[in-house]
Design a protein. Sequence first.
Lengths: 482, 102
Amino acid sequence: MELILGQIPWIVMPIIFPLIGSMACFLFPAKAKSLGLLTSLVVLACVTRLGWQLKALGSLRYPMGGWGAPLGIDLYADGLSLLMLLMAALVGLGISIYSSSYFSRDKARHFWPLWLFLCGALNALFLSADIFNLYVTLELLGLTAVALVALAGGADALIAAMRYLLVSLLGSLFYLLGVALIYHSVGSLDIAILAQRVEPSPAMWTAVGLISTGLLLKTALFPMHFWLPPAHASAPAPVSALMSALVVKASFYILLRMWLEFFQTQGAAFANFLGLLGAAAVLWGGIQALRQTQLKLLIAYSTVSQLGYLFLAFPLGTSIAWKGALYMLFSHAMAKAAMFMAAGNIQFFAGHDRIAELGSITQRLPLTLTAFALAGISLMGLPPSGGFIGKWLLLQASIESGQWWWGIILLLGGFLAAGYVFKVIAHVFTHDEPTSRTVTLPATMEWSALGLALIAVLLGLFTYWPLAMLEMGSPFGTGHSG
Amino acid sequence: MSNIYLYALLGVGLFILGIYSLIVYANLLRKILAINVMCTGVFLVLVSLASRNHNVQPDTVPHAMVITGIVVAVSATALALILMLKINKAIGKSEFPDKDCE
């Protein structure tokens, strides 16, 4: 303990810096772009430094201001939080680079403070050690996300933002009611203490039901996904990337954390139910994505489908399954952010995102289409890519535990993903006359999309580090118990 | 003891009433109010469950939670209201259009 206190508390830095940066951007709008980029770099550096610390310690608990558990706020980090933080920092840097050229001066004034605020809320969420603190960060995240969706300004975007806000608040209230019941029956909010004290009881079942409902609504698991496609598709491109890559993962993270710590005692039937919903999401999202005529809606439905995979790990429950799901989550974040950025480039260049008319544009945007295709490889789960490794681990877990039927869903989902990715990519090979439009696309917008897509593919080649990261502090317990 | 559960049940009742109005009414202002009623319901549950029995001082942690919750609810309501006004300006009514409900 002396050793930790003697050093700089790196665990606090990923929360503090975005908040400072956010205020600075708000106060000095003229400098917002460079301040935002700087903050994203600093956050990535802090997360890396925290990772270094965790490598030695395994897991880390830090009482903010030295107040301690019942009164003050504790932060907690282990391999799972680190993976989420790293994902947020990498995607965040990509989004910051992309946004530095995407927004007009007027929009940028609003974008940067909101985005950095969201970044701070996200990092705080991944580091929270108690369930009420998670509620607060969840709300901060929801409110900033809604404001960012509304940034596009049109009637569609406003309506999507309003619907998203109502869904988000509804989800949070379910969660809070669950928290109230848990506090009443256990007498603590701290996740570590809850993990020791929770015993199956009607109050706990109700609480688990309420909390899960709230979080699933926010994670947009089928059939509660109705709000996601309009909200993600009508937002400005970097915001869509942010929403699909990071924001929906936050509520999933909370559910996963609670599940690993104290939910899983609540019975296998519920796990199977989550798995079934996940399977339905994979298929339904894939089919809907195939039916779309607009690129951004296609990508948004693909998110619904990809989120379904994450829930297949619940009925399997082994540590391989969790690793597979988290690998999927990490590579999906990179790939989906890249894909939305690529779609943003196409819209920026062509002025529309109708898939049928892409033929004449594709030849003018080779880098963007490469980014789209690379991201598509990861979404389909073709080797070598992060998506492939994730699916492989899930498949391995499903065969090892004798529940092979989940493996079929993985394969079907892959076919559907191939279908909707090629629906777009096919336009590269048409003989349409290249359009004579002379919009120049900023290089940062093309390269940031390509960079994230490359990370998604490289994750399939460098599997050692991410998997070793997930071992830190053994968030999944030891051995196969999950 | 029974008093406590009476208030808690009242809170749950408000919560359910809020969900009902949120789903049934089309007007956005009513939806926003419904969310607020739900918030109040949850706060009532929190506050009433804080006193486990009459002799002991009530637990202060749920009270702190409610205060934080109120701050969150006020900010969320402010955001919702400004969005509603903007929607009213853009489409001329404070309701969701029918067609985009999938």
